[in-house]
Each structure stands twice: as structure tokens, then as C-alpha cells.
Design a protein around this ligand. Structure first.
Ligand code: NIG
Ligand code: FE
Length: 391
């Protein structure tokens, strides 16, 4: 059996707090051993089991971090919305309406075209250090178009999410409750074989709390796991619904009441912040410090989509979180790795402790701090997933 030793790591982020008593579990002058795609030994380079390794990767003193876990994306779509972005930057306000334009283009695209564009975006994400990615439907909004978005998504990642309840499509503007019935019935049935998660956009201009609760419960009854878009445009019941249904994550959460924060702090539900969406829509950021003070677990994700956040780049998200949301660099790196894994309820990724999947990036720098300190600079030298080099 081939074993690979990754050696001469100047600084290793394990996210295993047993190493140094901090959430990042930092080790200096470190090494780890990979066997069958998983980590079987981690420790100081001086005591590495060299004799057991057939292959050696020399990190030359650089920093290694776990692969990013991007737990919130809308990657399967056709076309782009650069005109809408340009208009917004000239002063127009963002609303949920532009989604309808992407729906039109996505319905016209073939599965092959959707797969090709999804692959391009996944390759982009991989090259900036993402090794696990979640991917939602939500630009089909008919039974067939949602089902085929998920067929495509499933070819790209196991973390697939049925988001038939993204917006009410124009055919149903006059009778939205009939659309909710469609989502809970035939659309869910068609989506189910290729979806792990169910999500709802619970917000102004999208779905009401009652509709959201109903849709998530229908998905749960069919074996899907809940997550929710909550409180992006204003305060609401989204967080309450998410916690009540034991959602893995409540996402966006730009507007949070004290009681939302209390609920989150007593739950297993992760608060996933998507600051690239606020950046690209020139909106207010979430107040992350209130979440940290209350001990809520926080994840960072890109929200990659053609409307509100057309980026796959987790280092960019980290840089904004540190600069504008007052995350410490440590909190941001944790949220983009272990936080994302917890938002997907995955124990095998987002860390580099024993038995973790060997998913990691070798940075060009001596520290993870450079991810925020050198914004916009490509610092990801190598990316490995399951012990295989993908960049
Ligand atoms: O997460 N919030 C809902 N959906 C996306 C927007 C998608 C779009 O504008 O196309 C989001 O920001
Ligand atoms: Fe989203």
C-alpha cells in the first residue's frame, strides 16, 4: 500500500484543537501521512514515520490549510447578469427579481451546456483551494427543469440541494400557493433522487414563513435534510424556522434579532455568512461579532450565483470577512473550512486531523494570515483532494 508523507510544513492548520488548544489546531514544523486518501498520522516533522512512506511531498516551509468547504453555491445556470451588476453599481437597488432572467436562460440550456458551465466553475473553485462544494438547483422552477439541474449537480458534487422554492416563477405570480403545492409534490418527487438537501428562500419577494415551513417539512418527510436562506433582505422568521427544524445551516442571516442569536447559540444550526453577496450588491454586512460573542458557530461560503455574488473564490470571502466583518484571520479560516463542513454536517472534511480526508492546500506563504493580508493575490500553490493533486 502506498503511503505519502507531506513533510517540512512550516505551519499546519489542522482545525484539531487538541494540538494547541485553539480552534485552528496549529502545528509548526509539521508533517502528516496519507494512506488511501485519508490522514493516518499528524505531528511534528521531527517524529514523522519516514520509514513507512513510499512517497514524499516537501512543503518547503510553506503553510498548509484544510481544503475550503464552500457550503452554499448556485452553480448550475446559463448566461450571466453583468448588465444587472453594472446597473446596480450605477445606483440601482438589488432585489430577488433578477433570478427570473437566469431562470429563462437556464430553461433554454441543454444538460450538456449546464454541465460544461458547472464544470468550469468547479474548476475555478478548485484552483482557489475549494475541495468540497455544495450546489443548489433553483433556476429551473418547473418539475423537469429542477430535476435536470439536480442531475447535472450530482455529476459535480455529492452535496446537492433542491431549491425549487427559490422564487415563485412568473407563471404562478397570481397563485403562488399552487406553486408551493407543486414544489411539495411532483417537483420534490422528481428532485429527490439527486438531492441530499432541501432549501427555501424565506425572505421578502420570495417565500413566506408559512410556505417555507411547509416546503421544508415536505422535504424532510421525503428524507431530504433542511437548510434555509434566511433574513437576507430584512428581519424575519427564517432563523426560527431553521432552528425549529434542526436545519444544518441558516444562510445569509444579514438581519438578526437578539432572539435569533439566542436560538442559534443553543442549537446545532450553523450561521453561514455570505459576505461576497453583500459586497456585490453593495448591501450591509451581517454583524458577525454579535454571533461570535454569543458563541454561535459560523461558516463562510461564496453564494456563487450569476446575480448577487459571481465568485467562486473563498480567499476573497475570507479577506472581506476579516476586513469588513471584523473576523479575526483565525475565525475566517476556521469558518471557511471546519465551519463549512459543519454546515454540511460532514466530519470527514474541513480539518486535517486523524482520519480526515486528505483535502488540503499548500499556500505560497508562511501563514494563513496572508489570505486576508494579501487580498486578490493567488496564494494557493497546490490543491489536493483525497490524497490526489488537483492543482
Ligand atoms: O443567495 N438569495 C437567494 N438567491 C441568491 C441570488 C440568486 C440570484 O440573484 O440569481 C442568493 O443571493
Ligand atoms: Fe444563495
Amino acid at each position: 500500500m502506498t503511503r505519502t508523507l507531506v513533510d517540512n510544513i512550516g505551519l499546519l492548520v489542522t482545525n484539531d484543537s487538541s494540538f494547541d488548544g485553539t480552534p485552528l489546531g496549529l502545528l509548526r514544523n509539521a508533517a502528516f501521512l496519507i494512506e488511501k486518501g485519508s490522514i493516518t498520522w499528524v505531528g511534528e516533522s521531527a517524529s514523522a514515520p519516514r520509514a513507512e512512506a513510499q512517497n514524499k511531498i516537501d512543503a518547503h516551509g510553506r503553510c498548509i490549510i484544510p481544503g475550503f468547504v464552500d457550503s452554499h453555491t448556485h452553480l448550475i445556470f446559463a448566461g450571466d447578469r453583468s448588465d444587472e451588476f453594472g446597473a446596480r453599481m450605477r445606483g440601482e437597488q438589488y432585489s430577488a427579481g433578477g433570478i427570473g432572467y437566469t431562470v429563462e436562460l437556464t430553461r433554454k440550456a441543454s444538460n450538456g451546456q449546464l454541465l460544461q458551465s458547472g464544470r468550469r466553475l468547479i474548476a475555478e473553485a478548485n484552483s482557489s483551494g475549494t475541495t468540497t462544494i455544495e450546489c443548489k438547483s433553483g433556476y429551473g422552477l418547473t418539475v423537469d427543469d429542477e430535476a435536470r439541474q439536480l442531475v447535472v449537480a450530482k455529476q459535480l458534487t455529492p452535496e446537492t440541494t433542491f431549491l425549487g422554492a427559490h422564487i415563485v416563477p412568473k407563471e404562478y405570480f397570481d397563485h403562488p400557493d399552487d406553486y408551493v403545492e407543486l414544489v411539495c409534490g411532483p417537483m420534490l418527487e422528481a428532485a429527490k433522487p439527486n438531492a441530499k438537501w432541501i432549501d427555501v428562500f424565506c425572505d421578502k419577494g420570495a417565500f413566506t414563513p408559512e410556505q417555507s415551513r411547509k416546503i421544508l417539512k415536505a422535504g424532510i418527510a421525503k428524507g431530504l435534510l433542511p437548510r434555509i436562506h434566511a433574513n437576507q433582505f430584512g428581519p424575519g422568521e427564517g432563523v426560527q424556522i431553521g432552528v425549529e427544524l434542526d436545519a444544518a445551516s441558516v444562510d445569509h442571516v444579514t438581519y438578526l434579532s437578539d432572539s435569533d442569536i439566542d436560538l442559534l447559540s443553543e442549537s446545532e444550526t450553523i450561521a453561514t455568512l455570505l459576505p461576497a453577496a453583500e459586497f456585490s450588491t453593495r448591501s450591509n454586512y451581517s454583524d458577525a461579532r454579535r454571533l461570535f460573542e454569543a458563541g454561535v458557530k459560523v461558516a463562510l461560503a461564496t453564494d456563487c450565483n450569476p446575480g448577487s455574488s459571481y465568485t467562486t473564490n473563498m480567499p476573497f470571502v475570507i479577506a472581506i470577512a476579516v476586513r469588513d466583518l471584523y473576523f479575526s484571520p483565525e475565525q475566517a479560516v476556521w469558518a471557511a473550512t471546519k465551519g463549512g463542513a459543519m454546515a454540511l454536517r460532514r466530519k470527514d472534511v474541513g480539518h486535517l486531523g486523524l482520519s480526515a480526508s486528505a483535502d488540503f492546500s499548500i499556500l505560497s506563504t508562511p501563514s494563513y494570515v496572508h489570505l486576508a493580508y494579501r487580498p486578490g493575490v493567488p496564494l494557493i500553490d497546490e490543491v489536493w483532494r483525497n490524497g490526489n493533486r488537483i492543482k
